[in-house]
Design a binder for this molecule. Structure first.
Ligand code: NAD
Length: 432
């Protein structure tokens, strides 16, 4: 089957490479010509474990190619996946300008029946709006179907998530489109992946409800962690015991500096706005958004509590990406924390294994180190913000010797508080 994926970002490129691995013929299109030129040479511009190898394999075996020509992509394909960005607008709603551009191009170049699949996260009602828009823009009536197929991959483990998803959601209204979608994902039938066949609106809602629930879970444990600090309880034991309750589950109960990234912040805000537009207030989601903002501010206060007045002090930051194994810094808590520190007059030196170039463009005033030890050297405190594996086994005696003051603030609870104190650190984690 010939498939076109439009947008070669985190979702589009993974979708293209994985569908090629499933045996489909893929053409991946992006209007970022520089990105496409690099991809044509097999160079992947995002940090995602395993992706470069998978792209190379697809290209070598002749099932994966790249183009900046949308006409070429559309004319040769039966199925069009839309995977362009839907960034937040000022008012919180998802900005659909890129989706609209693509919809107009699809209408313009369509030369026969197509299945148009919405992979991007879009407000409820968008698939139907997309269908009407394409229909209105067509030069002559050509049949097509619209499908909502939201994506749940996590950056850092995107390939595994795409290849072995917990479920596949297909929102569709036509039997033909459903049959084509089932064919595309037939490899997943073998591993007994549950398929949810539903309406367009329900599929769109599933994506937002899932992300809002996960964001709620993270925020809930963050709030419990904050209270643990006040009452002298250990949030790790609390989370572990809670997670053993089958009704709760142990995932997403890790306290930290707040949630960030390209999805949870924007999707919670968008869901809240969607509700308000329909005259309903999602009180839980609104509280989650507010509590998450507070959590990031609280992390800056935590540093102040440990260091005292941070003006003129040098703070070392480990980790800039919003989570390990990605170079994505969109709404990363590390960025918010650094901005908070800079505002208070602190000097910041930071290191991240993959996201330094990205961060330099938005935080040029930060000094960038070559590794964790370089950052620790002469610093008044070291703050671990993103739990990359290489920060889990630091030579702590060496770190302590390099620091000006032996202050270690561990926002991911990577280290054991007692051992750290025994080593002579003034240590604090979150909720312990
Ligand atoms: P991204 O910003 O990494 O990639 C979007 C790509 O679309 C870019 O390469 C951009 O150049 C391209 N693009 C924009 N307009 C275009 C056009 N008119 N024609 C061709 N290409 C165009 O975004 P992403 O992180 O991959 O997210 C894409 C969508 O998937 C969003 O709606 C997001 O919410 C959703 N999503 C993201 C993740 C994630 O972890 N990143 C997970 C699930 C869902």
């Amino acid at each position: 089957m010939n498939i076109c994926v439009i947008g070669t970002g985190y979702v589009g490129l993974v979708t293209g490479a994985c569908l090629a691995e499933f045996g489909m013929n893929l053409i991946c299109v992006d209007n970022d010509i520089q990105k496409i030129d690099l991809l044509k040479q097999g160079k992947v511009t995002i940090y995602e474990p395993g992706l470069e190898n998978l792209v190379a394999k697809g290209m070598r075996e002749g099932r994966l190619r790249f183009s900046s020509n949308i006409e070429e992509g559309l004319k040769t394909s039966l199925v069009i996946f839309i995977a362009v960005g839907t960034p937040p607008r000022e008012d919180g709603l998802a900005d659909l300008q890129f989706v609209e551009e693509v919809a107009k191009a699809i209408a313009h170049w369509m030369d026969g029946y197509k299945v148009v699949v919405m992979k991007s996260t879009v407000p409820v009602g968008t698939a139907r709006w997309l269908r009407d828009l394409i229909q209105r823009q067509q030069m002559k009536p050509i049949p097509f179907d619209v499908v909502s197929n939201p994506e749940f991959l996590r950056e850092g483990s995107a390939i595994e998530d795409f290849m072995r998803p917990d479920r596949v959601i297909i929102g569709a209204e036509s039997e033909q489109a459903i049959a084509i979608m089932k064919d595309i994902y037939s490899a997943l039938y073998l591993i007994e992946t549950p398929f949810i066949l539903t309406s367009l609106e329900t599929a769109e809602m599933i994506k937002y409800a899932t992300n809002a629930f996960l964001a709620t879970k993270v925020t809930f444990i963050n709030e419990i962690a904050n209270l643990c600090e006040k009452v002298g309880a250990d949030v790790h034991h609390v989370a572990k015991a809670m997670g053993l309750d089958g009704r709760i589950g142990k995932k997403f109960l890790h306290p930290g500096p707040g949630f960030g990234g390209s999805c949870f912040p924007k999707d919670t805000r968008a869901l809240s706005r969607i509700a308000r537009e329909k005259g309903y207030v999602l009180r839980v989601v609104d509280s989650v958004i507010e509590a998450n903002e507070y959590q990031k501010e609280r992390m800056v206060k935590k540093i102040e509590e440990m260091v005292g007045d941070v003006r003129g002090k040098r703070i070392g930051i480990l980790g800039l990406s919003f989570k390990p194994n990605t170079n994505d810094i969109r709404e990363s808590c590390a960025i918010a924390i650094i901005q908070g520190l800079l505002k208070l007059g602190a000097k910041v030196k930071a290191f991240d294994p993959a996201a330094m170039e990205e961060t330099k463009t938005i935080l040029p005033e930060v000094e960038y180190g070559k590794d964790a030890y370089d950052v620790a050297k002469g610093a008044d405190a070291l703050v671990l913000v993103t739990e990359w594996n290489q920060f889990r086994r630091l030579d702590l005696s060496h770190i302590k010797a390099l620091l000006k003051e032996p202050i270690f603030i561990d926002m991911r609870n990577v280290y054991d508080p007692e051992s750290m104190r025994r080593l002579g650190f003034r240590y604090c984690g979150v909720g312990r």
